[in-house]
Design a protein around this ligand. Sequence first.
Ligand code: ADP
Ligand code: MG
Length: 528
Amino acid sequence: MGNKCCSHRQDTEPPRVYPAIKNGDPLLKPSLGSIDSRYTPDPHRGRTATGADIIRPRATPSRPNVGMGQPRPRIVVALYNYNAREHTDVSFVKGDRMEIIDDTESDWWRVVHLGTRQEGLIPWNFVAPEKSVESEDWFFDGVSRKEADKLLLAEENPRGTFLVRPSEHNPRGYSLSVKDWEESRGYHVKHYKIKPLDHGGFYIATNQTFMSLPALVMAYTKNALGLCHVLAKPCPKPKPQMWDISPELRDKYEIPRSEIQLIRKLGQGNFGEVHYGKWRNEIEVAVKTLKPGTMSTEAFLEEAAIMKKFRHMNLVALYAVCTKEEPVYIVTEYMSKGSLLDFLRHGEGRDLKLDDLVYIAAQIASGMKYLELQLLIHRDLAARNVLIGEKNVAKICDFGLARIIEDNEYCPKQGTRFPIKWTAPEAIQYCKFSIKSDVWSFGILLMELFTYGQVPYPGMHTQEVIKNVERGYRMPKPVSHHLPEDIYIIMLGCWDANPQKRPTFEFLFHYFDAYNVTSELPYREVFD
Ligand code: ADP
Ligand code: MG
């Protein structure tokens, strides 16, 4: 969405003033434990190219090779196809076997391909140890119940499509999620507990025990044995996120401009245009350009520095920059459906149902929960700064105003203009930005989301908003749209006058992740 410079700013973005950065800005001291290791085996600590401590996977499965008694595996099997992007990496197709030579590097492992005998680097999250439970098509690591619902309910999946995921509650247990159909409920997902036996093995129903998870799955693919449906087909696995566009760019992210082809304009940013493009005519990217003379290159690149150092499934990934000539480029992951605001107002987002809206809210809260852990405040959280990709994936972008906080709060220079309708009163009045002012903005974003992109405080000017909010006025529950009462109460919590009383993003994430849209319907799960 564009930000046309005009005098009525309340509904668009204000011009941004970037505070000067000190040398060696303490920006990024990412803390541990928050990388989302979705679809990946056992995380262990590693170090990024930027020197930040992060969580990294190791080539050992997170759980024992269930019921198989294998020694520690050094052979991995490809879960997806991968086309090499440089001379240093190795191409493979799903099912190919590779021997690990070095798994100490954070994102790229050195292997020998056992078919082609080629040696080189591979992205770690495209493979799993051979014969491990992680290498099974039906095994989904790190997937929550809500995500399982989302993946299975995709239209193309027939009844009986299934997946197995580690239990969120029992560290030795698993859950089996199966897509089912009933006349009264239509398509829905049933979740069954897979319980471990004391001496190895698993069961769903006590009268049917199995030596291993694969044995259990195999049995239920032949006969429903009391499940809602026989297990028909493993759920298709989405490709994992790649954080670097290629292995060569894992340590440096300056690339020659000639490697970027700008294809079409996507939107207008504050300081330049955003284009859809390709890297080396192949990989889809979004390219943010800086109009010469609008702001300092240094300030523009601050945004890139922040994006590069923070990694999460729900934050837009930075791939590269071109800074050697003007205009400067920031090259990021491409999000095919554009900004959440446009998506809700004019795009496919107009047809979203309540559970889709809740899913988007959960993802944004998940990204913000990560920032909360990293002590980064966003300061410009709004629907215009969330991007949407395929299957309603949502990622937060626009880190231009984001800053790491040293003492809980960050006070920018005087004179900075804020997006008033999204900004907490203490931030407007006293410049007190904190993760709690982001929580306020999240509440406003929720209202945008559940009203399909309505302007917050419709019909009110910014000065009125400031005055009214200060007196205790809050946006009322909309009459034009269906907003469940409990979600409206969450919004009011985000708008508590006392920042400390507002919920954490950790809470908000769990709230939306566990939100059960169908809770009023009879809920009949056989074993869970
Ligand atoms: P600004 O820094 O001025 O806020 P944005 O980053 O918000 O600029 O980008 C402006 C618009 O460009 C967005 O609203 C969106 O429509 C589009 N856009 C930006 N980044 C991407 C991306 N990665 N993928 C797809 N569209 C994008
Ligand atoms: Mg923006």
